[in-house]
Design a protein around this ligand. Sequence first.
Ligand SMILES: [Zn+2]
Length: 350
Amino acid sequence: MNFEDLKKFFFRKPKNALEGSEDAAPADKPAKEAAIPEKLVEKCEKCGQIILSDELRDNFGICPKCGHYKKIDARARIALCAEQFAELFSEVEGGNPLDFPGYDEKLAALREKTGEKDGVVCGTAVIGGVRCALFSMDYRFQMGSMGHAVGEKIAQTFEYAAANRLPVVGFILSGGARMQEGIISLMQMAKTSAAVAKHSEAGLLYIAVLTDPTTGGVSASFAFEADIIIAEQGALVGFAGPRVIEQTIRQKLPAGFQRAEFLQQKGFVDRIVGRREMPALLASLLQLHSNAGEGEAETFAPASASSAPAAAQTAAPAAKDAPSAAPASENAPAAQTGAASENGGKEVTA
Ligand SMILES: [Zn+2]
């Protein structure tokens, strides 16, 4: 056992499920980790077997031995489900509004490690030939917790979608509100909810995909405000953690409490779906609703356009209807995300 292992052994604190068992506590880890070449093999968190990283990536992060779902990052999730993606609002960046000690350093380390400014990636996408707005939360960024930047980007995505009459697909993963931003993070619940409501009042479709975990202030706001709520199988979905609830009500909770399947039985979730089946389900739901609507949801043949024209299409309405989407930055992020989507699968092993 080397020194690092010993340190981990003696100084570990008990973790709950939301903190994650993988690289979810990057503040304690040196930022230089990002420079270490990709791992060739990794150990399944559930069955403990050694799997080739390539094999795991090609399998959408699903363990080939036991079927366990490893968390996948925001862009890998987009690459899995969308035929095209053009990023929006990539310029939005959070700060340290309360001067929380150590938070600036933590943000800087996470930005360097993940290459993302904060815990959500937003944009327009084409899924099953239907154009939509999309947001995807990233577990690597403080378990997708919602601070100002995350709330702002998600609210802007809904506003953009309402202005351009697009459905919204949200890949949700969050440990809840970001404690380092205190009341500011809690205000994001109201802000995102208001944006969802405006989008809904415009008669537009919102599909939420709850992934493991969806909890706290996110589950208490936009995660459960969707028209259609899909959950990835086995996902932990709830508000407070099971341990906190047990301590508060002094009762043992039933088996499987807060798992997606339990929530479906209780009517909170419309459909449980496996990761492989997710793209086809989203495609069929979007197609169904685009045909049933007023015909304003545009459909594109998936093969007909590269990501560049898609960016041009999104840039024009952005400049007209949503001044917040800085038009000058439209093309650059699109080019970036084209590359990032191709690399998206790789990040599964990060
Ligand atoms: Zn496994």
